[in-house]
Design a protein around this ligand. Structure first.
Ligand SMILES: [Mg+2]
Length: 216
């Protein structure tokens, strides 16, 4: 297997085991606004979606959201992440193994910029990604559009067709695929068959990642 020119990592559900915290915050907010939901229901409704894309769906249920709702929610999430960010088992070692092999790494997330920075700092991964970190705020269109993975590949001076994307959600897999990247689907929050149906090669253990990238 050819070594990739760069490896482009999603954050939530791939590096940070943040979905439980994020979904609890979203569920609490929406329940208070008259759309009762559990954290699990919030995950089912919004997994992999950027906040701006969630807003029309939410407003259809609860009416207009106050100005700055997304930024406020994002601040709450960033504060929670600053307190404690849980890593997906094996994810930090996998990123470090890729970087140690001399393959550039980037991070591309549908999180807000401040929230994403807090997660990467909390994981101790801010340094290895450097400036190659992209939030939906850095591109015209969030995932499932390919913009964010194209930007991440460019930051590594790589052609997207020579890059591997590591994703865990359907919108993320679609974004990586649309950008022309090979997509590895970490079957953590989403069933392997569903990731495969959208063009990903599913895997279930981060320890297997270096081998799947041909650097193991
Ligand atoms: Mg994700």
């Amino acid at each position: 297997m050819m070594r990739p020119a760069a490896v482009l990592f999603d954050c939530d559900g791939v590096l940070a085991d943040s979905e439980a915290v994020v979904n609890a915050i979203v569920a609490e907010d929406l329940t208070a606004r008259g759309w009762p939901m559990t954290a699990a229901e919030a995950q089912a409704a919004f997994l992999g979606m950027a906040l701006p894309d969630m807003i029309p769906r939410i407003e259809a249920r609860v009416g207009p959201l106050p100005f700055g709702w997304g930024a406020g929610l994002s601040r709450l999430i960033a504060a929670a992440m600053m307190e404690r960010t849980f890593a997906i088992p094996g994810a930090i070692a996998a990123v470090q193994a890729v970087a140690a092999a001399g393959v550039p790494v980037a991070c591309a997330s549908n999180s807000a910029r401040m929230e994403l920075a807090a997660k990467l700092r909390g994981l101790g991964l801010a340094e290895v990604f450097g400036h190659r970190v992209f939030s939906f705020e850095d591109v015209a269109r969030a995932k499932p559009w390919p913009d964010i993975y194209r930007a991440a590949a460019a930051s590594c001076s790589a052609d997207p067709h020579d890059c591997v994307v590591v994703e865990d959600s359907v919108p993320g897999v679609r974004a990586g695929h649309a950008a022309g990247c090979r997509v590895l689907g970490f079957a953590h929050e989403t069933p392997a068959a569903l990731l495969a149906a959208h063009g990903a090669e599913p895997f279930t253990a981060m320890a297997d990642l270096p081998g799947l990238l041909g650097i193991g």
